[in-house]
Design a protein around this ligand. Structure first.
Ligand code: C2O
Ligand code: CU
Length: 572
């Protein structure tokens, strides 16, 4: 090493690095900041809907703190696991983790779980403005309360294609009184106990359970508890608001309505939408939206923000928050009954709203015209050795004990199935409208290896469940990428005909999309983010029962893995 050029201990090479670094900073964003957060994860008794139960909290809060940063900033989050007897991992849903696949937080895929007493540091850049979320990605922990909102702001001076005076947030969730352990044990037991419909719906972590229904557990339910006072969002007449909305629901598809106010959808999963005016918004677990709402109503009263279950027969009271017109008291009840939203079984209404969400005309990034590979994924409910499962092309997904990222990077080929996951199903003969027994279903941790930077089409194909005349809605979420939503269709996807009707002009890009009952959804993405990435149904119980797959692309291009992601399976 040359030591002839040295000043204040700096080597010539270090000067060069500093020089380029400062040029880069000046070029991209002088103000890119590093936000350092310290989070302690622990159980606490909480009564979000007046019923007291253990919840997983971040620094004592559920939902956790809203994370705010500006595009280009770095987040450094030290997560200390104080759950005592339970592992944890946190996923940054919608953040692509370009160059940092090990910070994706997907236990079993990108990292070993964080063990009790340990601190794990997530470090990543938020490279695109928009509304995102975070949540636990270990077992069914998301349902235990470990979730929150991420806001990535546009750099100063950047104009967005809509205007507003101020922002409000709606983090939507469904809530059960049974612990997630009881739920998980029920799902995996041979007698199968389904989690059932939620006891309540939460808006910003607040709901209201009817305590008189809490038979035998009356002590645990106290309707006077201040933790379950309704959420109130104050607005001033004449002003315009951007509502950032995210659904971290475990199960439910939601319909959100603000009494007396129309909403204009302007953002979906971090992408600008060609504005759509709606009376109510269907939002599926894992999706985020921004809607513009004008406070243009009579300000002598308050209005309901109403959250209703759709797609499954509802057995949960409407979730409510109060839209508070200044200067009314924030908790003044609106004089009306809260809206009941859209008809729960009006699938056509929801499909049409899904189809109406396309890219804003000034922000179109057109998809590649053709694809390199088409993978068709049949979604079915199955039984394996008497256990109820969900399967994709007759394979029910299981996680390996050594995370894929570590296994693939270190060529530990024996730690998961090397058999390629199935590319399609018997689409000529399979009748998606009847209950089939699928005798050949098996469990596997096999994956799809994608050509790096290749274009991949995914066709999600829905089918009948094990109950006659029943097909469910599945919100599918892709880690590490956004996909283009090319189309939605009814019945069985026809590979010869349906691609001719794809929207290749202005499809929205997003990370989560619904697969509607008895229908199909077509997606396209570029496998250009080196790493190993989960793609799964965002219904917590469905993923737990095997409803997911894993994609690998360009793993050889991934930089040196941090030691901290190891510590389990054969990765020690
Ligand atoms: Cu928000 Cu893998 O999930
Ligand atoms: Cu599902």
């Amino acid at each position: 090493m040359s030591s002839s050029f040295s000043h204040h201990g700096l080597q010539a090479s270090q000067y060069t690095i500093l020089f380029f670094l400062s040029i880069c900073l000046a070029f991209f964003n002088v103000e890119a900041k590093v936000h350092h957060l310290k989070w302690e994860i622990k159980y606490e008794f909480k009564s979000p809907d007046c019923f007291k139960k253990l919840a997983i909290t971040i620094n004592g809060l559920t939902p956790g703190p809203t994370v705010t940063a500006t595009q280009g900033d770095t987040l450094v989050i030290d997560v200390t696991n104080s759950l005592l007897t339970e592992n944890v991992a946190i996923h940054w849903h919608g953040i692509r983790q370009i160059g940092t696949p090990w910070s994706d937080g997907t236990e079993g895929v990108t990292q070993c779980p964080v063990q009790p007493g340990d601190t794990f540091t997530y470090r990543f850049v938020v490279d695109r403005a928009g509304t995102y979320m975070y949540h636990a990605h270990y077992g069914m922990q998301r349902s235990a309360g470990l979730n929150g909102l991420i806001r990535v702001l546009v750099p100063e001076g950047t104009v967005e294609p809509f205007e507003y005076d101020d922002e409000r947030h709606l983090l939507l969730n469904d809530w059960w009184h049974k612990s997630t352990y009881e739920q998980a044990a029920g799902l995996s037991s041979p007698t199968f106990e389904w989690v059932g419909e939620p006891q309540s719906l939460l808006i910003n972590g607040r709901g209201k359970y009817n305590c008189s229904l809490a038979a035998g557990a009356m002590d645990s339910c106290n309707k006077e508890n201040s933790e379950c006072l309704p959420e109130s969002l104050t607005v001033v007449q004449g002003k315009t608001y951007r509502f950032r909305i995210a659904s971290v629901a475990s199960l439910s598809a939601f319909n959100l309505e603000i009494e007396g106010h129309i909403m204009t959808i302007v953002e979906a999963d971090g992408h600008y939408v060609e504005p759509v005016v709606v009376k109510n918004l269907n939002i599926y677990s894992g999706e985020t939206y921004s809607v513009i709402v004008k406070a243009d109503q009579d300000n002598s009263s308050n209005y309901w923000v109403a959250l209703n279950v759709v797609s499954r027969k509802p057995n949960t009271a409407t979730g409510t928050a109060i839209l508070n017109y200044y200067p009314n008291h924030p908790l003044k009840s609106p004089p009306t009954v809260a809206p009941v939203g859209a008809l729960w079984n009006d699938t056509a209404y929801r499909v049409n709203q899904s189809k109406s969400i396309v890219s804003h005309h000034s922000y179109i990034e057109a998809p590649p015209r053709t694809t390199d590979r088409t993978i068709i994924l049949l979604n079915t409910q199955n039984k394996i050795n008497g256990h109820m499962k969900w399967a994709i092309n007759n394979v029910s997904f299981t996680l390996p004990t050594t995370p894929y990222l570590i296994a693939m990077k270190n060529k530990l080929h024996h730690v998961f199935s090397q058999k390629p996951a199935p590319e399609t199903y018997d689409y000529e003969n399979y009748d998606i409208h009847t209950v089939l027994s699928n005798p050949n279903t098996s469990s596997s941790n096999s994956i799809y290896k994608l050509g790096f930077s290749s274009t991949v089409d995914i066709i999600l194909q829905n089918a009948n469940t094990l109950s006659p005349n029943n097909s469910e809605t599945h919100p599918w979420h892709l880690h590490g990428h956004d996909f283009w939503v090319l189309g939605f269709g009814k019945n069985k996807f026809d590979p010869k005909v349906d691609p001719k009707n794809y929207n290749l002009v202005n499809p929205i890009q997003r990370n989560t999309v619904p697969l509607h009952p008895y229908g199909w959804t077509a997606l396209r993405f570029s496998a250009n983010n080196p790493g190993v990435w989960a793609f799964h149904c965002h219904i917590e119980a469905h993923f737990f029962m095997g409803m997911g797959v894993v994609f690998e692309a360009g793993v050889e291009k991934v930089g040196k893995l941090p030691k901290s992601i190891r510590g389990c399976g054969e990765s020690k």
